[in-house]
Design a protein around this ligand. Sequence first.
Ligand SMILES: C[S@@+](CC[C@H](N)C(=O)[O-])C[C@H]1O[C@@H](n2cnc3c(N)ncnc32)[C@H](O)[C@@H]1O
Length: 392
Amino acid sequence: MTTGHPELISAISSEIVQNGPIPFVRFMERALYHPQFGYYMRQPDSAEHERIGWSGDFYTSSDVDPILGRALAAQARQMDHLVGCPTPFTIVEMGAGKGLLARDCLAAIYAEQDDFASRVRYVLIERSPAMRSLQGQNLAPWLSKPGLITWLEGLEGLAPESVTGLFLSNELIDAFPVHRIQVKDGRTEELYVDYRDGHFVDCLKPLSTDALAQYLEHLNAVWPEGYRTEVNLLAMDWMAQVARRMDCGFVLTIDYGHTAQDLYGPERKDGTFLCYSQQRTNEDPLIRVGEQDMTAHVDFSSLAAVGETQGLHVTGFTNQMSFLMGLGAEEMIGELEPESPEFYAAIQLLKPDGMGSTFKVLVQHKGISRPELDGLKFKPFFGSALAVGANG
Ligand SMILES: C[S@@+](CC[C@H](N)C(=O)[O-])C[C@H]1O[C@@H](n2cnc3c(N)ncnc32)[C@H](O)[C@@H]1O
């Protein structure tokens, strides 16, 4: 049964009635990012819970504990040396949500009161006006520093080869709309959304774009009947665009995700698509339309491959636990009161059977030769693991 935000349901259903069934990727784009009614775009009204946070639909590492922000500050400081201590060293964070990671990272950078702090500029790229307003609130103490923080609505606001520094994102790409596909009668078809008798329903149709067919060809996977998965073409486009905007420095991407071999392996036969509402997951995007988040895990192999074509080289690929340990998480946790809530929160980010391993960290570089980074000291997924080709 279709439920959700009435005006959003009406906007999507009118589009379907007028033009016929829409690819799922279009449905997800409207549900999350419709300019007026989309889940991320509108200001939650007083009857609604917040989107991100402990009392929201889901929480991220940024909500759990400041050690991720502190570790990123330490990593940025090392990157600054590797790119020759430029003025400014620009940190671009895209999809910053409530701005907590930026807040924690800036607090750690300024705690040192050194030359690095005086050269840092922080650019936030955020599509959602509601999120931009939360970022403004959470970053209020930093706004009085002239020129420190600026906002852009999209990547287009950054000129080509304009960034010397660090391009950062946490859980941005898993929030991009995805194509969903399924093997039926030996052929790979695409999931579409139709509107019948007052309800959204899904149906299978031939692939909507050549780009999708090419992606699948490149993956070269052999899947059994009924296999269902997702393809994030927007992530590939994003990677190419980010690479073009880098002059010299690093792209650091944290997200739920896997190598292509793992993501598209035979055991993941139902894909990774999930919806989040009030800290619970479900697999039905046709309910709570515009009132729940939707995500799918990231194919880091394809991201790395696109980066390589645009001059971004893989520095390393690891998980959140190893990344944090390499940047001194043990010492940071050692400073906390044992058994305190902060102690347990920090541990949660490292758990090998939880956030420590489900979140991966891909670091790429441009304009620097063979950099060594503390966050990549531990190398669980180095080397050929990122090679594309799900069966091999
Ligand atoms: C899952 S939230 C992650 C929030 C935050 N990074 C954190 O760790 O809590 C995804 C964020 O990305 C933003 N976003 C999604 N697509 C975007 C785009 N194309 N450009 C800028 N921001 C985008 C959303 O509005 C939202 O703020």
